[in-house]
Design a protein around this ligand. Sequence first.
Ligand code: PGA
Length: 251
Amino acid sequence: MRKTIIAGNWKMNKSLSDGLSLFSEIKEMVHDEVHTDVEIVINAPFIHLAPLNRLLGSSKIRLGAQNCHYESEGAYTGEISPVMLASIPVQYVVLGHSERREYFNETDELLKKKTDAALSAGLTPIFCCGEPLEVREAGKHVEYVTRQLEASIFHLPAEKFSQLVIAYEPIWAIGTGKTATAQQAQEMHAAIREFLQSQYHDAAQNISILYGGSMKPDNAGELLKMDDVDGGLIGGASLKSRDFVNIIKSV
Ligand code: PGA
């Protein structure tokens, strides 16, 4: 069974106190207003995660990080390992976000190692893929994205692959206010699923594929009703409690 997942990606936003306030607002609204079994995830900055975990109480919200190292421990000044994240505990980690690929030179090979490490620590990677505008305009987006997936996750055995969540985020739609149309999203998600099926057969039917890129309360409903869109990875709109909860409610 495919899980429907709405995941916020706070990126590098919010002081600790502002993050805790935002989380408390979301938690309260989710408690009062969300009665479906959608999986809600907040991918917060590292320093927020342990305090957020203490605020969780009986809330069904899950926590995630936005990155991790590929080693469990060692002399890697400034890094955070998946084992450390699991010890908080958090359940998810975003890997391969286009901002990390672009600004921090994260390669397919590095992401392969991070994916392995996250899975070994018991975390669920939200593995991101997506094409830049010029690739989309050249009509090569399916090829581009399937190559990203092949390079970083196709080495996984089926039972490990089944623990992943995929997020398709066209780079031209991230933070730009320009959303892919529901048809463009569906087309791409179906192509991704078909590609995953070539390697993983039935397991590909059960993988959640999230859409990311300027998802907001007023376009979420249309995107989320597409057959192969199993949720969203939400940046800007996840920083406003009302918007984020309204997106969850549009599932
Ligand atoms: P956005 O970001 O919703 O602000 O476009 C999405 C993401 O980068 O995950």
